[in-house]
Design a protein around this ligand. Structure first.
Ligand code: SAH
Ligand code: F3S
Length: 453
């Protein structure tokens, strides 16, 4: 067996892709290594959504050059969004790079590595496919660890948000057939998975571009019916496509967790128009009201961009106001950075100064911290269902997430990892909760400890 090391940047989609790389290369007799220096194959799975992505690639590759110099036969490859965008330009710029594979070309890796080994070639594969079969592995998912798993249901995006590189580097929307998705989830549950996160750039438009395919709300119903599965999450939903059917799914399907990530980007209508988001502030707020009517417990998170071209103080105030109005449970906030090929980079000057962007980012985060802390404190005293998925930074504790996606640290032993427990919340910070096991859980833990003695 040879060893491979995979470095992943960016989103959950990329994490899933890295798992697929491990699986595809597993069939070609490679196992994962935690140490780049021990590996025969070094792969970088890149992201180009935001700033400095390309620089990160160059610096990571720089540090791998030495490994290659010290050990003969080491192969270095770059995949993901930067690879898709740059193609063979990467090979020209980086002499010690052997191969470049795009976002649709993971299945080509074994063949590419063979070409490097046998013909000392430097292959580049960045074609896009419209047929979803490039996302399937002949022997299904065999590399699963833990109680949670990502499942890609679609790739690409047909929206035209002016700031976003994703449609350029991941292509047009392609949905996986629903039977394949359900079969994969059934197989995951037999391997111990209790929670799945369905992934797509815009999951709400699942199936729309495949003739005869079921819509997303129906896919959720089918996933909900899979025995042995306890929780379903999905990301990301575009506000424009948050249909009444989907809202109904939140209200009625037991396994769908009460958490929705619904990126708003800005609270100002004029910025939203230039972003080409396709909704107004009041339409967005209307959808949230409707969702909260049908599912009052739902936790909400969002993405915010500050410093989009032309964003005035007034525009920015509207974003702050929106945060106070919606009271999200969590937000991800970013400074605008122009991306090559995107409409906003072509049409508008990046005219909000860096200092101003930083200041606005800080303001957004301050407003949100106060809200997050307040909302987390409201959980104190409640009993929450937590799926334990690892150790806390403090090794005496384990951590997991509630259905509303809050992190909970619990004093307990490692043998709880992978278990669903009930915890009473006893303390809260901005980013997490502290819980203690309820009486039944503690009793079964004591029993488990007794059995181990
Ligand atoms: N639908 C996607 C969005 C991908 S990008 C998803 O699955 O999450 C994730 C977030 O990055 C966006 O919602 C946006 O807030 C941010 N982002 C995208 N392009 C950006 C840019 N050019 N500058 C700053 N932030 C950006
Ligand atoms: Fe990007 Fe907008 Fe699609 S943010 S991924 S173009 S929905």
């Amino acid at each position: 067996m040879k060893k491979m090391y995979i470095q992943t940047y960016g989103c959950q989609m990329n994490q899933y892709d890295s798992e697929r790389i491990a699986q595809v290369m597993g069939r070609a007799n490679y196992t994962l290594s935690d140490e780049p220096a021990n590996a025969d194959l070094l792969l970088l799975n890149t992201c180009s959504v935001r700033d400095k992505a390309e620089q990160k690639v160059y610096s990571a590759l720089g540090s791998w050059r030495e490994i290659k110099q010290q050990k003969s036969g080491v192969i270095i490859g770059v995949g993901g969004c930067v690879a898709q965008q740059e193609g063979d330009r990467l090979l020209k710029r980086i002499a010690h790079l052997d191969l470049v594979f795009g976002t649709h070309n993971i299945h080509k890796l074994p063949e590419m590595i063979e070409q490097v080994e046998s013909a000392r070639a430097r292959p580049v594969e960045i074609a896009f496919y419209r047929d979803a079969s490039y996302m399937e592995d002949p022997d299904g998912r065999t590399h699963v660890q833990g109680a949670k798993a990502f499942v890609t249901i679609m790739q690409g995006c047909n929206k035209v948000c002016s700031f976003c590189i994703v449609p350029h580097v991941r292509g047009r929307e392609v949905s996986r057939p629903s039977e394949k998705i359900i079969a994969e989830i059934k197989s995951l549950t037999t391997q111990g998975v209790k929670e799945v996160m369905l992934l797509g750039q815009n999951v709400n438009s699942y199936g729309k571009t495949s003739a005869g395919e079921i819509p997303f709300a129906e896919l959720l119903q089918r996933v909900d019916a899979v025995e042995g599965l306890s929780r379903i999450r999905f990301t990301t939903s575009h506000p424009q496509d948050l249909s009444e059917d989907l809202i109904e799914a939140y209200a009625t399907l037991d396994k769908v967790c009460e958490h929705l990530h619904l990126p708003v980007q800005s609270g100002s209508d004029s910025v939203l128009v230039r972003m080409r988001r396709g909704y107004t502030r009041s339409e967005y707020l209307g959808r949230i009201d409707r969702l909260r009517q049908r599912c009052p417990e739902v936790a909400l998170s969002t993405d915010i961009i500050v410093g989009f071209p032309g964003e005035t103080e007034d525009d920015f105030e509207r974003t702050l106001e929106l945060l106070s109005q919606v009271e999200y449970d969590e937000i991800y906030s970013f400074m605008y950075s122009p991306r090559i090929q995107t409409v906003s980079a072509k049409l508008y000057n990046d005219d909000v100064l860096e200092e101003k962007k930083k200041e606005r980012l800080k303001q957004v985060q301050n407003v949100q911290q106060e809200i997050s802390l307040r909302k987390n404190k409201q959980k104190i005293g409640r009993i929450e269902e937590v799926l334990i998925d690892g150790h806390s930074r403090n090794r005496a504790q384990v951590m997991g997430r509630t259905r509303s996606n809050r992190i909970v640290n619990i004093v307990g032993r490692g043998n709880l990892i992978g278990e669903m427990v009930n915890a009473r919340i006893i303390a809260a910070t901005v980013n997490s909760l502290v819980g203690e096991l309820t009486i039944e859980e503690t009793a079964s833990e004591i029993q488990a400890q007794g059995e181990m003695v």
